[in-house]
Design a binder for this molecule. Structure first.
Ligand code: GLA
Length: 321
């Protein structure tokens, strides 16, 4: 296979992959050939790096970061503040001041250990999907208060040289999009440094009808003077909400997946001046998180390379333009 994604897209945007400590070995050749940005799938999350207060476990993150540095691949950091993947101690006996101090110690330690990360997701998924609510009810919100967004970005800016992002999913739903825009502007208006919006772009088979909305969404975000990155792209072979165990993926499903990859990348190329990086949430289908979510053991394969690391039709579709 001669085609290389990062070469083909070199005049457009960086092509990233989320990797874990297994795939960084098993998918090494694919990563080196196709990707010029790396995100740690879980290895830099709070519970993975600070399971006990002040006791840091950097082995997994070091392995991935070391691999990236040795091969001159830029790393994007993921993430400081989220409602998941937190160690229990973090919220125990914590008032506002304590929790912010714990966050500051954490951010400082990661920023010092990984100084040349080019951007960090400072906050992940803090906004509600539903029509009737604004902010996700998290312990961050409960303990620190509504301004935890601003505070987290202010803390991060003290230690992080790279760009700071707010990252979320369902970002093309017009209602959620408006809430994300409202929030990032509020963060900026508070005087905090926020540089970018991360658009996760976990798509699925029923997104095939919604390309106009995706386009409109990118346009609305692009108007705002924030960096934009696609941070967690994949295309599930099932529709959103389908949590049945199926026999396998049909040819028809793969065809639809391919079409979505193709159409989505066509739109992304149109906005190449606005989009800095497009990261896939995984490298190849054998280690894709969609094989475990929402149904454990249901093979899905939402990526461009199959279980044997061979390129799928979707790969060729996005290389052909
Ligand atoms: C979210 C998170 C990621 C990852 C994915 C799926 O989108 O931001 O860190 O956990 O879910 O695994």
């Amino acid at each position: 296979m001669e085609l290389s994604l990062k070469e083909i897209y070199k005049d457009y945007f960086k092509i990233g992959a989320a990797v874990n400590i297994e795939s960084v070995d098993t998918c090494k050749d694919l990563i080196l050939k196709h990707f010029n940005s790396i995100t740690c799938e879980n290895a830099m999350k709070f519970d993975a790096t600070e399971p006990e207060e002040g006791k840091f476990t950097f082995d997994d993150a070091d392995k991935i970061y070391g691999f990236a540095r040795a091969n001159n691949i830029p790393v994007r950091g993921h993430n400081f503040v989220w409602h998941q993947a937190n160690p229990e101690w973090l919220f125990q006996n914590a008032d506002r001041e304590t929790l912010l101090r714990r966050l500051e110690n954490h951010v400082k330690a990661l920023a010092e250990r990984y100084p040349d990360i080019y951007c960090w997701d400072c906050i992940n998924e803090g906004i509600l999907d539903d029509k009737d609510g604004y902010l996700r009810k998290t312990q961050w919100l409960e303990i620190v208060g509504e301004d935890y967004f601003n505070e987290a970005f202010k803390i991060a800016a003290k230690y992080v040289g790279g760009a700071l992002f707010y990252n979320d999913y369902n970002e093309f739903d017009p209602i959620k999009r408006e809430k994300i825009i409202r929030k990032v502007n509020e963060i900026r208006d508070s005087g905090a440094r926020i540089d970018g919006i991360g658009l996760q772009c976990h798509l699925n088979l029923n997104h095939s009808v919604d390309f106009d909305e995706i386009k409109r969404g990118i346009e609305e975000y692009a108007k705002l003077d924030y960096k934009l990155q696609i941070t967690e792209h994949d295309v599930s072979n099932y529709a959103r909400g389908d949590s049945e165990m199926h026999d396998g993926i049909t040819f028809e499903q793969y065809k639809r997946q391919t079409k979505i990859f193709k159409e989505f990348f066509k739109i992304l190329r149109e906005y190449k001046n606005e989009i800095e990086t497009v990261t896939f949430w995984g490298t190849a289908d054998d280690t894709c998180w969609l094989n475990y979510f929402p149904v454990r053991g249901r093979k899905n394969g939402g990526l461009l390379f199959d279980e044997n690391h061979e390129p799928k039709e979707g790969f060729y579709a996005i290389c052909d333009f």
